[in-house]
Design a binder for this molecule. Structure first.
Ligand code: DOR
Ligand code: ZN
Length: 359
């Protein structure tokens, strides 16, 4: 018998959809279809896919492609580049979901290690939209110093270390405007899985120890974690087979079933799942759920994650072979039946920019 739950307007605020110069990895069409299959109403695309979204022409190019192709709703980040220009930030603020600042090395060309330049970005950015940061280890403390000074709402992406939880817990107790996300791969995998996973176990931040993993679950339980974000980062099988494979794993289609599995295993409540995957990300980014926008999930369906079931263009998952629970049986967006559990029912370009829709 089906046991269907309804989740309002699921939002993944951390995905790398590709397209443009990396359309060989994936496209806005393929990955927004994967988002629907994963149960999402909307996804927020990161700026590191070339050409990096750090100039107005690059933003225009991305907005053009994604508007034409998307089958779910979406937002895009502007990226913090080598110069912090308040006039540019003013020009983009009505069209982007936030600013992304890379403070440690990862895939793509964006990296800011100079604290003075980081500060210029904090000073130039318009604080009505959050700054999302990639910051690992003690770099979290460097960013917290800027949050303390400028009070700009800051979302710490893909937290993976116990030590980082300590820093952010203290920051919340201090009253700083900070939130944090964790990924399913840091919740379910550790560095001990890398020998078996090979290149499919390589991403940034890297997989960590069992103690770190346990701490992340504890931080979910105690309410410190605000968001589960997939950090969906498709690379082709050929690229992953190379001698120096790129960092990143796809996750849009496996995040919800992995979190439903956690509910089944009593690691979190259903109410908390809905907060982490839907209510909190919308609240953090100041985006209201559109009317008649929800996902139905049958919690009584179990299945094994297999390549043949995946819609994303990369066609693999670090969770292959794992038995999960929760089948997406339908996604409704603004009253339209967008996905029926098997098929995408809306045309390319159906998806809207949630930021402009909110304006
Ligand atoms: O592993 C990663 N891959 N981490 C990131 O921060 C970027 C991503 C990508 O774009 O491939
Ligand atoms: Zn990322």
């Amino acid at each position: 018998m089906a046991r269907t739950i309804t989740i309002p307007a699921m939002l993944d605020p951390h995905v790398h959809l590709r397209g443009m110069e990396w359309a060989h990895k994936a496209t806005f069409a393929s990955e927004t279809a994967a988002a629907l299959a994963g149960g999402y109403w909307a996804v927020f695309d990161m700026p590191n896919t070339p050409p990096s979204t750090i100039t107005l022409p690059a933003l225009e190019r991305k907005l053009g492609e994604i508007s034409a192709q998307a089958v779910c709703d979406w937002g895009v980040y502007f990226g913090a580049g080598p110069i912090a220009d308040a006039a540019t930030y003013q020009a983009v603020i009505g069209r982007v979901c936030g600013l992304k600042m890379y403070n440690n090395a990862t895939t793509g060309e964006l990296l800011i290690e100079d604290q003075a330049l980081r500060e210029q970005h904090y000073r130039a950015w318009q604080p009505q939209r959050p700054i999302a940061v990639h910051a690992e280890g003690r770099t979290v403390l460097d960013i917290l110093a800027l949050v303390r000074q400028y009070r700009a709402p800051t979302h710490f992406c893909h937290i993976s270390l116990s030590e980082e939880i300590d820093y952010l817990q203290a920051a919340k107790e201090e009253g700083l405007p900070v939130t944090l996300g964790v990924t399913p791969h840091h919740l379910y995998l550790t560095e001990a899985d890398i020998p078996a996973l090979g290149a499919f176990g390589l991403m940034k931040p890297t997989l960590k120890s069992e103690a770190d993993r346990a701490r992340l679950w504890q931080a979910i339980d105690s309410g410190i974690v605000d968001v589960i974000e997939s950090d969906h980062a498709p690379h082709t099988l050929i690229e992953k087979a190379a001698e120096r494979p790129p960092y990143g794993v796809p996750g849009l289609e496996t995040t919800l079933p992995l979190m439903c599995l956690a509910v089944r295993e009593r690691r979190l409540s259903l109410e908390r799942l809905v907060d982490l995957l839907a209510n909190n990300p919308r609240a953090i980014f100041g985006i209201a759920a559109p009317p008649d926008t929800y996902t139905n999930v049958d919690l009584n369906v179990d299945y094994v994650i297999e390549r043949a079931r995946l819609r994303g263009a990369s066609g693999w998952s670090p969770f292959e072979g794992m038995r999960v629970t929760g089948k997406v049986t339908g996604v409704w967006i603004r009253g339209r039946h967008a996905y029926d559990g098997e098929n995408v029912l809306v045309p390319p370009g159906f998806g809207r920019n949630v930021v402009e829709a909110a304006a």
